[in-house]
Ligand binder design. Structure first.
Ligand code: NDP
Ligand code: KPL
Length: 297
């Protein structure tokens, strides 16, 4: 299937900040959204630059309550992916597409073992989503909502989201695109979570210097992994983060504030592991990793 020209059934596994933001756009466009999760949910609410709107959703409390669907959006934290195995097996029993709306650089490796014949579509999420209550999200938009690969599997997903009013970019060199997104996360997420402050903390000169050191190390690691990054990516990423809408937060800061597990292994932990593998110095990232691990103990 290359285009989506009718109402589709879309299962969303992980109705947190990102899952609710996408579910709201899909529901607004007339698609049938099935919320897959532990907590009953009948309606979701989104607040963005257009105001606050609410949409009804279906709810499945366990995989047996859900049928195979053409599209799944997986929007849990990276570390919760293995726990969604039964959902994914059931939802993809007839194939279809699984859009992995998570951070990190190894979406396919993470999810392909769980989805049989379904096509895995890695998705880089650029909108800034803040959970305000169960089923409610506040979205601050950037210049794009989503970045997908430029391949056949991603085409149907790109169409689904574009026809739902989201801004989608596709990239032939998805590895580089994924590393560019990873750069935003290895700088913003740990520093906001550790300081307890929103992304505006990155405009403080001493904090900006730390972020730049973290970013330069991550650029070197990304290049060793085959991403087409240059030193300018470090300064560009910092400038992009400093220019985010006032009040922008991060997923890791929200987790710290809510007392949830922090998603640092797939971000800063990945930089530390790959840095070791490639013989790149990653001291700044390793220092953040030690602190994240300490506050998680
Ligand atoms: N927030 C943001 O602005 C952005 C986030 N991202 C990335 O998107 C991904 C999702 O982040 P975000 O939306 O912030 O995370 P949230 O923590 O807000 O949402 C994750 C959701 O997954 C649910 N969940 C966890 N385990 C399971 C399970 N086994 N079965 C079903 N549901 C489950 C959680 O349920 P419960 O509520 O019960 O815990 C929660 O509702 C992450 O990889 C993040 O890094 C990327 C860009 C921006
Ligand atoms: C870009 C950023 C830092 C903010 O949306 C993000 O991806 C996250 O919060 O995980």
């Amino acid at each position: 299937m290359d285009t989506v020209d009718s109402a589709e059934t879309v299962a969303v596994v992980g109705l947190g900040a990102v899952g609710t933001a996408f579910a709201a756009s899909l529901a607004e466009a007339g698609h049938e959204v099935v919320a897959c999760g532990r907590r009953p949910l009948e309606r979701i609410e989104i607040t963005d630059e257009r105001g606050t709107r609410a949409y009804p959703v279906g709810w499945a409390g366990s995989p047996e309550d859900a049928g195979p669907v053409p599209f799944v959006v997986l929007a849990t934290k990276i570390h919760d992916t293995p726990a969604t195995a039964e959902w994914l097996a059931r939802l993809t029993a007839d194939g279809g597409h699984v859009v992995v709306a998570q951070n990190g650089v190894d979406h396919r490796e993470r999810v392909e073992p769980l989805v049989g014949a379904a096509a895995v579509v890695p998705a880089l999420v650029y909108l800034n989503a803040e959970r305000t209550a169960p089923g409610s999200v506040r979205v601050r938009r950037t210049e794009r909502d989503l970045v997908l690969p430029d391949d056949a599997a991603a085409k149907a997903a790109a169409n689904l989201f574009e026809t739902s009013g989201l801004t989608v970019e596709t990239h032939a060199d998805f590895r580089t695109a994924a590393w560019r997104k990873m750069l935003t996360n290895v700088a913003a997420n740990p520093i906001t979570a550790l300081t307890g402050r929103r992304v505006e903390v990155l405009t403080e000169p001493a904090v900006a210097d730390l972020a730049l050191a973290v970013l330069r190390e991550a650029v070197a690691v990304g290049r060793a992994e085959g991403a087409q990054l240059t030193d300018a990516d470090a300064t560009r990423t910092l400038a992009w983060l400093q220019g985010l809408a006032p009040g922008s937060t991060t997923s890791m800061l929200q987790d710290r504030e809510a007392g949830r597990r922090l998603e640092y292994d797939g971000l800063t932990g990945t930089i530390a592991r790959l840095g070791d593998r490639h013989g790149e110095a990653v001291e700044a990232n390793r220092a953040l990793l030690a602190l994240l691990s300490a506050i998680s103990a």
